[in-house]
Design a protein around this ligand. Sequence first.
Ligand code: 5AD
Ligand code: SF4
Length: 455
Amino acid sequence: MKFKGWAYIYTIGCQMNVYDSAKLLSVLKFLGYSETKSLEEADIVVCNTCTIRHKAQEKAYSFLGRLSKLKKKKPHLISVIAGCVAQQDGEKSLKRLPEIDIVLGTQSFSRFAELIDQVKSGRSNIVDIEPRETIFEVMPDASDVNQNEISRFVTIMQGCENFCTYCVVPYVRGKEKSRRPEAIIEEIEQLCKYGIQEVTLLGQNVNSYGIKENDISFAKLLKRVSSIDSMKRIRFATSHPKDLSDELIYAIRDLEKVCFHLHLPVQSGSDRILKRMNRGYTQKTYLEMITKLKKECPNIAISTDLITGFPSETREEFQETLNLMKAVEFDSVYAFSYSDRPITPAMKFDGKIDEAEKLSRLNELFELQKFYTEKNNKKLIGKIEPVLVEGKSKKKMKVEGEPVKEFQNIINTTQMMGRTESNKIVHFQGCNIRPGMVIDVRIENAYPHSLWGIV
Ligand code: 5AD
Ligand code: SF4
């Protein structure tokens, strides 16, 4: 294909957006574009957006503001807003930024090439946010895996129908749809051919994979992926506690390649708040799940998502979240202060909490979690952990493990980093070790964000 120009893709948001950007890049490559990391050089710029919280949405519009200025200087530049903000705002995004050529919704990727053609023949301000039945025709190009890349995301389902009252995802990602297992396996086999060793299977709620389609269960899909010889490690996200099946717990326990790590977002420790969030479980049932999980899979790492300051959350109810954290002792926590999202029911809820209070609860929560993350990391001292090597360390540590100034320019060539099955970062000293190898590392020391070990 003749070179048609440079493409710049700016991705905001979750792992699914990273995957979606790879899909958009594969369309652009098919049309003759090559990827550039320089915005100024680009002939087409795509901003793949996120709207999960207000801040993410504003990050998109601020980048698009920069892009508008660039387009004034370079009129042939094709500008695209893609993903969740595009789907949410549609025509409205053009009011904020009239210079945009294409508003590409989350289910419109299969029309991307055609819309670029339309812009080239003189059209602008095209909005395509139609919900569609089939959305898995566009696949990322496995051949662009680079030499040091060892891990990739693969989307196995799209959309969500859980309608948690604070969440915009069901409105911007549409109805839940599972991808055919054959297509998933084919994509993973391709990735293996290009040297990928670890795959993370993505969906808003992987536990309900295949149910609507009457296809195989998620646990059975894990088994199929496990049978791909050259795939070394399998991760997945996200599981919804209300659908965590025994079959999945046993699959994590029994399938060697499935990592001993579960991300199980709880959001709150208070039953009243969980009900108002429409989560479909209580603190008690969540804790029962954790007990079962820890019994079947001892030493499994558990992470979660939490929201502070959901409308009408009292200090006592927030304290219940802290109590739950103490009971579970999570390995890591992703926590956010509640953000009002358009269209969601919670936006109309009374009892909105003051910003400063939401942030103060968030900080209190992070402070508590620091203790448990370090405690769990310290449990690994003296243990031999299989580590999937990712590359050279960006951090420099002394041999005895004390971290020194982060991100120094000089990289110690023998200092490498990788991840344990539980997804913890390990820096270690070693020679003749290449990315992609799984090696046994003895953990010597533990810090809040990483481990130090020797081979
Ligand atoms: N405000 C704050 N956090 C939110 N999340 C989703 N919607 C909101 C919101 N309106 C968080 C949830 C979810 C994670 C991906 O983002 O914790 O699990
Ligand atoms: Fe949002 Fe709830 Fe669906 Fe997760 S399960 S994407 S929080 S609606």
